[in-house]
Ligand binder design. Structure first.
Ligand SMILES: [Zn+2]
Length: 399
């Protein structure tokens, strides 16, 4: 029943957990050896080296193991499979590639979804954009890869069930830019995709996500507003929040791998995992079509942008963590403004007694909420987007 001034302590624990996770991935990649790194660098230093058809067909679609969209016929849509990493059975994980190749040359934009396997609205957003494109009217190329982490998608879960030493679950958005000779299948898959499919065909890139199972988020974009080319794209979305997240917070996520390769990129977040949120999808489709107009790929006037709504920009996420077990009742909604000390949730035990009350320690806007109704101690219950005076780039958002 007590007001627990524990947010500060809990938040630090949350930060430490995040660092440990990221650090573990980085150590594995580093352990793969410098010879491998050199080989990967040699491959990626030669983008656009040409399209390689394996000779296979899957359900009437040609299979490629490398793609240069310049090789494809202009003014058409092309549906291909890209041959990803080889699995224990000797078969490969293929990913679905849609290319809308404009009749006229121009910029090349890459859209990705499914890096996490439970994020359905991200896939539907990309599909909807691609279905609206008419290559005959386009100047430039849009390539979509909708099912990046195939094994995770097969079970509609966030992480890739890796087989190396018994099953372990690997977050593919801690693996980029990957390593074609890495220790795990997700690392090798990321390396193949990044070197032979994504990077060579991107002048700009957007990697679509949603919240995760059990934790829903608002409609917002993650990107560094200090980068003019990124900010120009972020400003074209009629969505209410931007998380200005420094690259240092999560260097191995896909959109930051693009940034490291000199390619402007960011990551939309589209509501809850596992479901389709059509209202939010519509906002991100509208924004993405604006981005294609911004790059001259589509003609015509802009739809609604960030100028048409109130956009809240923050540089940090403040997690309010559960300190007890029990049912959680939220007292605020996504996008609500909150003040320091404002009560945001309560929790009841199995008798219905209130065992915890939770407050925000910062002023900001609600960007995420636990949507599984029961929680144990340590789970984030509410995430508040706010502006930290001196951002440290550590705790932010469990992207
Ligand atoms: Zn995600």
């Amino acid at each position: 029943m007590s007001e627990k001034p524990m947010e500060r302590l809990d938040r630090r624990d949350f930060m430490i957990a995040s660092i440990a996770t990221v650090g573990a991935s980085a150590a594995l990649v580093a352990g793969a050896g410098t010879a491998d790194a050199q080989e990967a660098a040699a491959v990626s230093a030669n983008p656009g080296a040409g399209t390689v058809y394996t000779g296979d067909m899957i359900r009437g679609k040609k299979v490629v193991s490398a793609l240069d969209v310049n090789d494809l016929e202009a003014g058409q849509k092309h549906l291909l499979y890209f041959q990803g990493v080889e699995a224990p059975t000797g078969q490969h994980w293929y990913v679905s590639v849609t290319v809308a190749k404009g009749a006229k040359p121009g910029k090349r934009i890459v859209l990705t979804s499914g890096v996490h396997g439970d994020e359905m609205s991200s896939i539907h957003t990309v599909q909807t954009v691609m279905n609206q494109l008419d290559p005959a009217q386009m100047s430039g190329t849009v390539m979509a890869v909708t099912d990046v982490s195939r094994p995770a998608l097969e079970s509609m879960q966030r992480r890739w069930p890796n087989q190396g030493r018994g099953i372990d679950l690997i977050d593919m958005n801690r693996e980029w830019p990957g390593n074609e000779n890495g220790l795990t299948a997700p690392s090798r898959h990321a390396g193949l995709l990044f070197n032979r499919l994504l990077r060579p065909n991107a002048d700009a890139a957007i990697d679509f996500h949603t919240g995760t199972t059990g934790f829903e988020v608002s409609a917002f974009n993650i990107g560094e507003t200090e980068r003019p080319e990124v900010k120009a794209m972020l400003d074209l979305y009629p969505v209410g929040q931007i998380l200005n997240m420094p690259k240092a917070a999560y260097p191995t996520v896909l959109h930051n791998a693009f940034i490291d390769a000199g390619i402007p990129a960011f990551a939309p977040e589209i509501g809850a995992a596992r479901v389709l949120n059509y209202e939010m999808i519509g906002l991100f489709v509208e924004g993405t079509m604006n981005v294609l107009r911004h790059h001259g790929i589509l003609a015509g006037s802009m739809g609604r942008t960030g100028k048409d709504i109130a956009v809240f920009v923050g540089n940090s996420g403040f997690p309010v963590l559960a300190t007890a077990g029990g049912l959680v009742e939220h007292l605020v909604k996504l996008n609500d403004k909150v003040e320091p000390g404002q009560k945001v949730a309560i929790q009841r035990n199995s008798f219905g007694e209130v065992v915890a009350e939770y407050t925000s320690a910062v002023a900001g806007e609600v960007m995420g909420q636990r949507c599984d109704a029961m929680s144990e101690p340590g789970n984030p219950l509410v995430l508040v987007l706010f502006n930290k005076p001196t951002p440290d780039g550590v705790e932010i958002y469990p992207e």
